[in-house]
Design a protein around this ligand. Structure first.
Ligand code: ADE
Ligand code: ZN
Length: 326
């Protein structure tokens, strides 16, 4: 069995996935038409041609444009179900997905509409495909903390459906400390916390996520490797890093996969995992990320296996369900 075969066939868990980032251009055009809303691009090919990013913000501008055609509960259901069916083919058996409520509230789409569509698809795929899930509500860090608090208020009737909270969008200039109060409130409600940190932002932002917030997980974390003391702390706390190789390549966080830090993270004893982030924009789902690592790096069988195991260990699944998957 080749290394590639092994990687494709392993059972996998995805811990860093923005559901709005799974919006494939074909589906985007179909839903835009169904909702009678106009897109800035006049064809699927024109839209795909625009997917050239020099940094995170370039991508985010298109990401918010793309999600603007999502209006109805059915739209959120269809988006989520398409992702789940797609990763079922990649032997992904557990997902912990983000959604960005503020990206839809600002357009007049209610919290109820969003979460009912997403949660409905997750429940149906659990029943029909055996994919277990956790749902993570993410706050947009370019907005203020008051807006995050308002969003949390809207989420209160749905706390049974929400397992954790995250922090995403433009990292530079929006450090974790800006959101200390709202995350502490979330923790007091029993929610898990993860945060994008060290994707473009400096090690200081990762320190804040650890020390000021007390995160359960770190999304990306690439730049943590610039600080040996920080690496030691992440290791000591046993925190999982949800790393996204193809995303990092597309957003120019790295120039090539050979220089991607994921294997260094493993060597340093950090619990790195492989994830797709926004697969419709970055050229690949879970198995594409693994395939790229196999193709472009000297990754070993042991490293592939460790990456897959780390995802289950870093997941928020109870031990019983976790062991059923393995
Ligand atoms: N929103 C969607 N994907 C993101 C990423 N990789 N970083 C920050 N915000 C995001
Ligand atoms: Zn992300």
């Amino acid at each position: 069995q080749s290394l590639l075969d092994l990687a494709m066939k392993m059972p996998k868990a995805e811990l860093h996935l923005h559901i709005e980032g799974t919006f494939e251009p074909e589906q985007m055009f179909a839903i835009a038409q169904r909702n009678q809303v106009a897109l800035k691009y006049d064809s699927v090919d024109a839209l795909k041609a625009a997917y050239q990013f020099e940094n995170l913000q370039d991508f985010l501008d298109l990401y918010y444009q793309g999600m603007s055609v999502l209006l109805k509960e059915q739209d959120f259901y269809d988006l989520t179900m398409a992702y789940l069916k797609r990763v079922h083919e990649d032997n992904v058996v557990h997902v912990e997905i983000f959604f960005d409520p503020q990206g839809h509230l600002s357009r007049g789409v209610s919290f109820d509409t969003q979460i009912k569509g997403i949660y409905g698809a997750l429940k149906d795929a659990e029943r029909d495909l055996g994919i277990t899930f956790k749902l993570i509500m993410s706050f947009l860090r370019h907005l203020d903390e008051a807006s995050a608090f308002e969003t949390l208020k809207l989420a209160k009737p749905y706390l049974d459906w929400i397992d954790g909270v995250g922090l995403d969008s433009s990292e530079l200039g929006h450090p974790p400390e800006k959101f200390v109060n709202v995350f502490h409130e979330c923790q007091s409600l029993g929610l898990k916390v993860t945060m994008h940190a060290g994707e473009e932002g400096p090690p200081e932002y990762v320190w804040q996520a650890l020390d000021d917030i007390g995160v359960d997980r770190i999304d990306h974390g690439n730049r943590a490797l610039e600080d040996t003391n920080l690496v030691a702390t992440i290791k000591r706390q046993g925190l999982t890093l949800t790393v996204c190789p193809l995303s990092n390549l597309k957003l120019c966080v790295v120039d090539t996969l050979v220089e991607h830090p994921i294997r260094s993270m493993l060597r340093l004893g950090l619990n790195a995992t492989v994830n797709s982030d926004d697969p419709a924009y970055f050229g690949g789902y879970m198995n594409d990320n693994f395939a790229a690592l196999v193709k472009d790096t000297e990754i070993t069988k042991e490293e592939l296996y460790k990456l897959a195991c780390n995802a289950f260990e870093g997941s928020w699944l109870d031990l019983e369900t976790r062991s059923k998957h393995l």
